[in-house]
Design a protein around this ligand. Structure first.
Ligand SMILES: [Cu+2]
Length: 120
């Protein structure tokens, strides 16, 4: 019987009746797909080069870096994050941003902005 009630509650929630989901924390990341951004670094050029990328608060962001030398990517979130990559292709550990705003992702070695994450 309890199961049936739980199932009923789920059905009611999914049709959007009032009172459902009010107590969910903001930025429920569980159902957000991971945003993968492919980055290529070759010599002193980087691609993308300053593009805006839309992401959601709490959405996992994964950088896949293809580089000809090892280095470090800087994510200007709060707190900042430094992500190291090797030469070849490195999939960096996914991160999330918990506040709306624009977050720059840079290579300090090249002094270039790779992407600007537009977090909404
Ligand atoms: Cu930086």
């Amino acid at each position: 019987m309890r199961r049936a009630l739980a199932a009923l509650a789920l059905v009611l929630c999914s049709v959007g009746l009032a009172g459902c989901g009010d107590d969910e924390p903001a930025g429920d990341s569980n159902d957000l797909p991971t945003k993968t951004i492919n980055v290529t670094i070759e010599g002193d050029s980087v691609s993308p080069n300053g593009d805006r990328v839309d992401v959601k608060v709490g959405q996992p962001i994964e950088l896949v870096v293809k580089a000809d030398a090892e280095g470090e990517i800087h994510v200007h979130s709060d707190p900042e994050q430094e992500l190291e990559y090797g030469s070849g292709t490195t999939t960096l550990k996914a991160f999330t941003i918990d506040k709306p705003g624009v977050v720059e992702v840079e290579s300090h070695a090249l002094e270039k902005t790779i992407v600007q994450l537009e977090v909404k």
